[in-house]
Write a protein that binds this ligand. Structure first.
Ligand code: GLU
Length: 509
């Protein structure tokens, strides 16, 4: 295929927030386009007006902006195949449905929803399932049963009708899926899906195929849930006499235990987001978590998603978007579902966090400090970040790792006091305070050398003294290297905290 003719699309229906499975589908399309020098299109499939949710389209666009996934054409940026929103293309589809009627590949059907419901119930009572298929269509109220004159009369009288696809009766269809290989289906198992609805709108199937053709889509890369629609779509291309695009159906994203599709409920239950951005449901007002608001970096999020179903063929795990585009091929997308691992998602964020410049992280941390009522200059915060970033997955975790750089402990951890404030502690720490007050160069290396020499000379237990020291400076037995801490908070503050600590903890009898 001509490389320049590679055109792929992401075609969401604006029925709510975009699930991360959808983001991954879009990402693979994007990577495929970038890898092949093709074009990537955003088309909004909003022909089902009953499922339309206000704000969903804006949410989708904002999500991709956050991820850094860019489109070449689409509803938000225009392009040569405008419009890219199906509700604005409404008038196009009817003629195509009629074309299929004329060629004998579709038919008018007048059965009312009530009549069909009654049939369904009747079948159920006989433990059967009603399907509007090549058998049923022979005795229902449609143009295949009625005479041409009757059909015409009904339409002219304004009777409600739909247009259904007329499946071939007993044909084997062989289809190629780029991920699954050959898929074979007998048309006998297919139902005569509605292509055009009584409300004057096309269904997903018709609009999707017509638009993919008109927009010259070369590859349809979409979720596995659309695999059952592939035979109909292939038959539609054939009926129109159009060349079908190539298809690739992506495996599902699975729950962490591997049992079934990852759902919003799993996220709520296990405390991780299944949406890229926070979403507030306009009807219920219920808010769902988003990766952005939960502190994930977009590049970490995208990297994590890319590897859920695709692998580079070696052990590498960290990829920028450009590196992914270079390495991505459909052949390396797996056939089986990928388990979502919330811990791995955090791991990715940690990897990106430690790679970022300290000053950049400090800029991100400062708003959290301001919220705590702390104003500190960028340089100081940068040095703090350098000491604690290895211990955090997220910027918001910096505070619990570094609060003591910004304020003296208000309480001393009880367990730690019990364990580390011994009979000798008071005198030893008082002595240490004396020692520290005399040091001129308060750098980490220098204080460490002096204190260690003193410990040795006195024969004091290093662990005993340094832990009691930490307890007073930090408030508990946590934090980075002790001498890094005191050098950063400075001599004056160190001595002040020692003074307070000695007073508060007192001499243990
Ligand atoms: N509108 C469909 C969806 O919401 C698109 C499926 C496809 O890519 O063909 O996922």
């Amino acid at each position: 295929m001509n490389q320049n003719k590679i055109r792929v699309r992401f075609a969401p229906s604006p029925t709510g927030p975009l699930h991360i499975g959808g983001v991954r589908t879009a990402l693979y399309n994007y990577l495929f386009a970038r890898n092949s020098g093709g074009k990537f299109i955003l088309r909004i499939e909003d022909t089902d007006q009953t499922r339309f949710v206000p704000g969903a389209e804006e949410y989708i666009i904002e999500s991709f902006k956050w991820c850094g996934i860019e489109f070449d054409e689409g509803v938000h940026i225009g392009g040569p195949f405008e419009p890219y929103r199906q509700s604005e293309r409404k008038d196009i589809y009817k003629a195509y449905a009629e074309q299929l009627i004329a060629s004998g590949n579709a038919y008018y059907a007048f059965d009312t929803p009530e009549e069909l419901d009654a049939l369904r119930l009747q079948y159920e009572a006989e433990k059967k399932t009603f399907v509007y298929n090549h058998e049923a269509r022979k005795f229902l109220k449609n143009a295949l049963v009625l005479s041409d004159a009757e059909t015409k009369k009904l339409i002219e009288s304004g009777a409600a009708y739909v247009i259904r696809f007329k499946n071939p009766e007993d044909e084997i269809i062989r289809m190629e899926d780029l991920i699954r290989g050959e898929v074979v289906v007998n048309t006998q198992v297919l139902d005569d899906k509605i292509l055009f609805k009584s409300d004057g709108m096309p269904t997903y199937h018709l609009a999707n195929v017509v638009d993919d053709h008109l927009m010259e889509i070369s590859h349809v890369i979409r979720g596995e849930e659309w695999l059952p629609s592939m035979p109909l779509h292939i038959l539609l291309y054939k009926a129109f006499g159009w060349e079908a695009p190539k298809f690739a159906h992506l495996p599902l994203l699975l729950k962490p235990d591997g049992k079934g599709k990852l759902s919003k409920r799993d996220g709520d239950r296990m405390g991780f987001p299944v949406f890229p951005l926070q979403w507030q449901d306009p009807k219920s007002g219920e808010t769902s978590h988003g990766y952005r608001e939960d502190g994930y970096f977009p590049d970490a999020f995208v990297n994590m998603l890319a590897l859920l179903g695709w692998n580079p063929g070696d052990e590498r795990e960290i990829f920028s978007l450009e590196e992914l585009a270079k390495a991505f091929t459909i052949e390396r997308v797996g056939k089986s579902g990928s388990r979502f691992d919330p811990e791995k998602a955090k791991w990715f964020n940690h990897q990106y966090l430690v790679k970022k410049e300290d000053a950049e992280l400090a800029q991100l941390y400062i708003p959290f400090l301001i919220e705590k009522g702390i104003s500190a200059d960028l340089d100081y915060v940068t040095q703090v970040v350098k000491l604690v970033k290895e211990r955090a997955h997220f910027v918001y975790e910096f505070w619990e790792q570094s609060d003591f750089f910004f304020r003296a402990p208000e309480v001393f951890d009880e367990q730690a006091v019990k364990k580390r404030w011994k009979q000798d502690s008071y005198d030893q720490i008082a002595e240490l305070k004396e020692l520290l007050s005399g040091i001129e160069n308060f750098s980490s290396e220098n204080t460490e050398e002096i204190v260690k020499k003193w410990l040795e000379e006195k024969g004091y237990g290093m662990g005993a003294v340094l832990n009691a020291f930490r307890l007073i400076i930090v408030g508990g037995l946590r934090g980075p290297h002790m001498f890094d801490i005191i050098s950063l908070i400075g001599q004056e503050e160190t001595l002040r905290r020692l003074e307070i600590g000695l007073h508060e903890l007192g001499k243990k009898e």
